[in-house]
Ligand binder design. Structure first.
Ligand SMILES: [Zn+2]
Ligand SMILES: [Zn+2]
Length: 879
């Protein structure tokens, strides 16, 4: 069948994707698995935020999963890859709030009900954007199983999980100091707070002693919190203050008397060595107050406004100015020093967070963490690369209770109803009619919603219909693989494990492959402000999805950063072209009719060689994918197609295709078509579109689509001995070409070649391949000899000596002079590099890559030098 002369992915990528969907290739059949007809392989897609726009991280994540899923599918597995989106509480609410702001409204102006209507409307309109973008990449998810973390079934799963944990005493309500965003008006988990170094001040404030002269000076970065101070603390070993411990000071402005206490937490080196303790507005102070039984005095409301006189109603930063001014007037401000310190910001809106004391819901995590820890220890759940297990253990051993309530409106509303009459908290899956304690109908549901990660923690079993005991759950849970970025190991992976083990008694997944962040070419994080962001959809538009996928796969080496640039993607586009061209050659040159009738048995040595290479490549791709060495899989198939198939085998077959006997032409055609078909299969998981386009044109396709074609067998066709001899023939051809290059003989000049060998089998292969050798080495003849012929330069390969007759082709004396000069020049170059590489200063200061490059250059030059020296010696003998 005809192929377009040039590779143009735009002509077929969308076409094939639609075709695959119509055929239902990505849909998993539960029955087949339950009846034991096929083994299952299941994966859940990390649900992207419904607000998401495809970035290169998503592209990497979904490509790697797709490579594995397609590979498993071709290996006979019933693959169930469940996609979906996350409702992304704060992120989505923020988007809709911004839209409201354009109309000059806040969510409080429109009210909860109307606001939620707007969010749902937004979701209907834009919620499938990222899903459609994922499809552009060729992801083979089971779209019929697509879920949303707030769909009806999932909401039921969330309520079941909450109520169960509450009844087991693993969810409780309590007053805790939490990270609070006064702008978003919600609690934030530790992970949602971004710490940044900021230039601030250290204010030195005098706290007058009670009942005696003098004062103690405390240093603080936040003078406005002085209103909520309950103590001044010093280190017990600090001699300067020992006599003051147990005495009292009078709090400036407020005039409240507070104690001076001793606590190890105080750093004598910081400021004056005396610090104020504000438990309601500082995490460390909260701990100190707990230890000393001190009260918490809240002085701000949930908007970050001061609640106590004389600053009542003032914003916290305004209040800072006012308080400093007042301290100055009362001569209680000793000095101000500039001071850099880390300040926490809301990850969403960048507002400075405020530690804030509120009633929140918590999950008691320590008991839930035990089983996941054991699972990772025993290898029941594996992290790849393994180093991430340490990160996981660190977190799990030091886990703190998880604050799961959020004071926003978009999300799963907490299923707790407060009784206005008796105060009882009714926790239930469905809204209760009456209070279960006093029977009152006077019930009000908790205003808060659950942390988004609470629902995504149920993802691996929720998507299969839990809490019902569905067939899907039986067939596909536990899942086999999770592919994720390292940044959400705690947010998500650890929590899925806690919930998975607790609710199903089984691991949620067997393997967790953790991929690196995609950075730019220089290793910098991609960001809009730096302007180094690579838009995957733009790359698909320009180079095709296959090229982007191949690039990401080829760069995904374990434990290494992924450094991506458009230049690299462009480079791999050449590979796609190569695939296209080699397929086009085969389809044009091979005799399609050769696939009819039986297989030829009349194989040439080069046929057995390429079939062996094919099997070896299949083995390598399998081994690489089994170990999640994606880059090695890409490299193996790249080298096979480009170096072995295109560069050598296609050339080897040309004389048989164009000048051979009917039989030879038939055999060569059969092998070419077979190798091309199997090569396309090996490449299919990484480059699904181009391989289907080519597969569909093959006269020898063995399935209706490459998506469901059988994976190449790795056992068949191994002829290592013949293959080794053909490798020697390749070396022979290269060697003849080198001799010409070294002696300035134009490559097209025909030379006489002689071989001397005691290996009769090798001689046999050389004789059989004579036409190919003559063609590729531009040899006028290839003769077997028993004596070294005259007028030749020679080189040695394992088992064979090769002589190239050059005597009449060159002016020996002139060549000797030229080579001597060349050797001198090389020697200088080598000396220069050696000097550079022994210079400690250079080694210490130069970038690693530069040193590595120089080392390689030196090695290559040294090798070339020694080879050319040998050639020179041979030439000198000729003269
Ligand atoms: Zn915020
Ligand atoms: Zn009641």
């Amino acid at each position: 069948m005809e192929m377009e002369p040039t590779y143009n992915p735009a002509l077929f990528e969308d076409k094939w994707y639609r075709h695959w969907l119509e055929k239902g290739y990505f849909h998993a059949d539960t029955e087949k698995v339950l009846k034991g007809e096929k083994p299952k392989f299941s994966v859940v897609l990390p649900p992207p935020n419904v607000t998401g726009v495809l970035h290169v991280g998503h592209a990497l994540n979904s490509t790697l999963q797709d490579v594995i899923c397609r590979w498993k599918r071709m290996n006979g597995y019933e693959v169930c890859w469940v996609p979906g989106t996350d409702h992304a509480g704060i992120a989505t609410q923020w988007v809709v709030e911004r839209e409201l702001a354009k109309e000059g409204l806040t969510r409080h102006d429109v009210g909860r009900e109307e606001f939620l209507k707007r969010v749902w409307k937004w979701k209907e309109q834009y919620g499938s954007r990222i899903i459609n973008q994922l499809k552009k990449l060729g992801t083979s998810c089971d779209w019929e199983r697509e879920r949303f973390t707030m769909d009806e079934g999932f909401s039921r799963a969330v309520r079941r999980a909450f109520v169960t944990l509450y009844k087991e005493g693993l969810i409780y309500r309590g007053k805790r100091l939490i990270n609070w965003c006064p702008r978003c008006h919600t609690a934030l988990s530790d992970l949602e707070v971004e710490h940044e170094e900021e230039q601030g001040n250290l204010w030195y404030i005098r706290y007058p002693l009670v009942g005696e002269e003098g004062y103690i000076v405390v240093a603080t970065t936040r003078p406005e919190t002085l209103l909520g101070d309950v103590a001044v603390a010093v280190n017990p070993s600090d001699e300067r203050y020992r006599h003051l411990i147990g005495k009292k000071v009078r709090l400036p402005i407020v005039e409240r008397e507070i104690p001076i206490i001793a606590d190890e937490y105080v750093d004598p080196e910081f400021g004056t060595g005396a610090v104020k303790i504000t438990p309601a507005h500082d995490f460390n102070d909260y701990e100190v107050a707990q230890r000393h039984g001190l009260p918490e005095i809240q002085v701000m409301d949930d908007w970050g406004r001061i609640t106590v006189a004389p600053f009542k109603g003032m914003d916290r930063f305004e209040a800072r100015e006012a308080i400093v001014k007042m301290l100055k007037e009362e001569e209680l401000l000793e000095k101000v020093e500039p001071h850099t310190h880390a300040v926490g910001h809301c990850y969403r809106c960048k507002t400075v967070i405020e530690p804030y004391l509120t009633e929140q819901w918590f999950v008691k995590t320590k008991p839930l963490a035990q089983r996941p820890i054991e699972a990772v220890k025993s290898g029941e759940v594996k992290f790849i690369p393994k180093q991430w297990e340490n990160t996981f253990f660190d977190w799990m051993y030091n886990i703190r209770d998880w604050c799961i309530s959020r004071q926003i409106w978009w999300g799963h509303r907490i299923p707790a109803w407060y009784c206005a009459d008796c105060g009882h908290v009714n926790v239930a899956e469905e809204a209760p009619e009456r209070c279960e304690s006093c029977g009152s109908r006077n019930l009000k549901q908790d205003e808060d919603v659950l942390d988004t990660w609470f629902s995504s923690a149920l993802w691996p079993f929720g998507v299969f219909g839990w809490p019902d005991e569905t067939d899907d759950l039986k067939a596909f849970y536990p899942t086999d693989l999770l592919v994720t970025g390292f940044d959400i190991i705690f947010f998500w992976v650890a929590r899925m494990m806690m919930m998975g083990y607790h609710f199903t008694g089984k691991r949620p997944f067997a393997d967790v492959y953790v991929h690196a962040l995609v950075r730019d070419e220089k290793g910098q994080k991609m960001s809009k402000t730096k302007g180094n962001v690579i838009d995957p959809l733009e790359m698909v538009e320009k180079y095709g999805a296959d090229t982007l996928r191949f690039t990401l796969t080829a760069l995904a080496a374990q434990g290494r950063d992924i450094r991506l640039s458009e230049r690299i993607i462009e480079g791999y586009r050449h590979f796609a072209n190569k695939v296209w061209n080699v397929a086009r050659f085969v389809l044009n040159a091979a005799d399609a009719a050769a696939v009819e009738g039986g297989a030829s048995t009349n194989y040439a040595p080069e046929d057995l060689w390429i079939l062996t290479k094919l099997s070896e490549t299949a083995q390598e791709v399998d081994r690489a994918l089994e170990g999640y060495r994606f880059n090695d899989a890409a490299k193996a198939v790249y080298q096979f197609i480009w170096n072995e198939l295109a560069d050598w085998y296609v050339e080897f077959t040309k004389h048989r295709l164009y000048k051979g006997t009917e039989q030879e032409r038939r055999t060569a055609s059969q092998v070419l078509l077979r190798v091309l078909r199997e090569a396309m299969k090996l490449l299919h998981p990484i480059m699904p579109f181009i391989t289907e386009e080519i597969y569909q044109k093959l006269p020898n396709k063995d399935a209706e689509s490459i998506v469901i074609a059988p994976w190449p067998s790795k056992e068949c066709c191994l002829f290592p001995e013949v293959a080794q001899r053909v490798e020697t023939v390749k070396e022979l051809i290269r060697g003849v070409r080198n001799v010409k290059a070294e002696l300035n003989i134009p490559p097209s000049t025909q030379v006489e070649v002689f071989v001397k060998s005691g290996d009769s089998k090798l001689i046999d292969v050389i004789e059989k391949m004579e036409p190919a050798i003559k063609q590729l080495a531009r040899a006028s003849s290839v003769k077997v000899v028993s004596e070294a012929p005259k007028g030749c330069v020679s080189f040695f390969l394992p088992g064979v000596e090769v002589y190239v007759k050059v005597g009449e082709l060159i002016d020996v004396e002139k060549e000797v002079e030229r080579i001597k000069k060349k050797l001198e020049k090389m020697a200088k170059e080598i000396a220069k590099l050696e000097k550079k590489l022994s210079n400690e200063n250079f080694l210490a200061k130069a970038p690693k890559e530069v040193v590595e490059k120089n080392r390689k250059e030196l090695q290559e030059l040294t090798q070339l030098h020694s080879k050319l020296t040998q050639t020179l010696q041979q030439l000198q003998k000729l003269g």
